[in-house]
Every structure is written in structure tokens, then in C-alpha cells.
Design a protein around this ligand. Sequence first.
Ligand code: AVJ
Length: 325
Amino acid sequence: NQGKKVEIKYLPNISPIQDNGEDVIEGLSGSPKVLPPKYFYDRTGSLLFEKICELPEYYPTRTETTILTNFASEIASLTGICELVELGSGSSTKTRLLLSAYENMGKPWRYIPIDVSGEMLNRSSLQLAKEYSLLSILGLVGTYEQALWHLPPKELSSRMVVFLGSSLGNFTGLECDRLFTEIAEVLEEGDYFLLGVDLQKPVSILENAYNDSQGVTAEFNLNMLSHLNQRFDGNFRADLWTHKAIYNQELNQIEMYLHCDKKHQVSLKSLDLTVDFSDDDFILTEISRKFDLTEMEDFLQSHHLNTIQFWTDEKQWFGLILAQV
Ligand code: AVJ
């Protein structure tokens, strides 16, 4: 009967990671050159990201975990029993703190994790079903946007969309705007949105978090090139590129770059793409925005997502916001 408790749905017409490489062609043909952060996460990249989360300099995961450890049961008692819909559930490690709080309410309930990796979703869902006896799980394999539009009718009277880890930081202002609009549209009155955001702090702490002394972040950044080689039959040479991460104080965002050290040409055969790089060229691979809690509250409110309460850590390095439609 375990099979009854877990269902995984591959959303129709959704390739988990858009495979046609249109975005790569566009990104490398423009100026400045950019590549979308989703190309970090092949198998190697996902493992490297888990390694990043454990680095002494990379505070976000650890800090958010502390906040959840302290306040998960308070969050659960504020919302009462509800269905959790998680955007980008990954291994659901931090989510367990929330799941436990809701499981403790002693009623049958449902968790709907959404992730682009079907493999990861299958594995973690089966594991969670074993750990939480009151929980049924409906995993949706697809992108955030597509999954939000394919949500099944509610089984409980309220629902909470959960978006942790400051993954929102990868989104530009315009993309945040679109996502929040969609979330507010999909939720019904009285439903909740729980958002984890990384906050502004001294530049040195931020830059160290993205330039760790063991070079794991550099490896993670460079791995995007080997991922592209494999995916699109390319000939990027990792030894001709250097990882750089700087904090842009005007835009309040970490910017991760790959800097080209030597003039050369790269082709990605299956995309029919050839790119010339000069010796001072660079590619922007990621932005990681750092937020101001009050501004985020206002931004949420402008999308009919009204803050009920927020929580931070001692140093106010990370914030968790509970909003309601
Ligand atoms: C997964 C997007 C939240 O922006 O901090 C970690 C990814 N990049 N180190 C972040 C990341 C470099 C991470 N997010």
C-alpha cells in the first residue's frame, strides 16, 4: 500500500530541462554573453551544489536550516493543517523540518513536491513516504511555472506554496514578478506562501560565500562548460576559463562569471553554433540577488501576498516570510 501513498506525475509536453539549446544560442550570441543557471545542474553539478551547502563560507543553507529548526512548529500552528506544494524540492532535506511539524498535527495530509529531476523526485518521495505515515505524496516533474498550472484540486481546505533556499535570487525582478503573479493566481483566498530569501549583508561575507577557499564553487561554475559539451557535443576547454564571483552593490546581487583567459573559438556541434572568445571575454552564468525584508514584503503585497509573519536568524542573514492571499 506504499504505492498508494506515492504518485509521481510527469507533466505533459514538458522536457525537464529545455533540450533544444535555444537559450544557449541566444545567450552566447548576445552581449554580454550569458548562460542560464539551470545548466549547472547535471548530475555532477547537483552533487557539487550539495557540497557547496556544506562549505564553511556558504552560510545560506545552514542559516535557513536554523530558522526552520526554531520556527517550523510555529509556522504550522499559524497555518493549521494544509497541503504543502514545494517549488524545487530537490532532496527535501530542509523541508523535513516542516514536514515533521505538519505530521505532528496528527491528521492525514498531502505533500506536492515539484522538481525538474524525476530521478531525484522518485527517490526522495519513496523515502519520505516511509518516514511520514500520515503523508501522501504527489510528485510533479516539471518546471515551476508549468507545475503550478497543473496543480490538482485541493484535498485539504488550505494549501501552502513553499519556496526555500533563496532560489528566487536567480530570478531577475521581471521574472520574480511573473512568478509571484502566477502563485497568487493559483492560490485561493486564505492560502499561504512560505518564502526563504537571502538578505543583504557585508560584501566580504557575500563574496567569500561564492569564492570558497576549497574551490568548490569554481568547480561548480566550470562544470557548466562540461555539461554543455556533453549535452550539445561541444569543445569548451575548462582550463581556458576562470571562475569569478563579485558582488554588484548597485543591484544587490552576486554575479558569477566565467572569464576567458585566452583568445579561442568554441563550437557546440549539435547546436550548429560557433563562438569566438577574446582574452578579456566573460560569460555571466548566475545572478544571486540579496534582498531587503521590508522591500520583499512590499513586493509580495503588490501581488496580493500579505505577510503574516517573518523570521530571521540572530545575524539577520536570511529571512523566512509567511504570506497569505
Ligand atoms: C541555489 C540559487 C540559491 O544562489 O546561492 C551557490 C546557487 N551558486 N553557489 C545561490 C549557488 C553558487 C544558489 N541557489
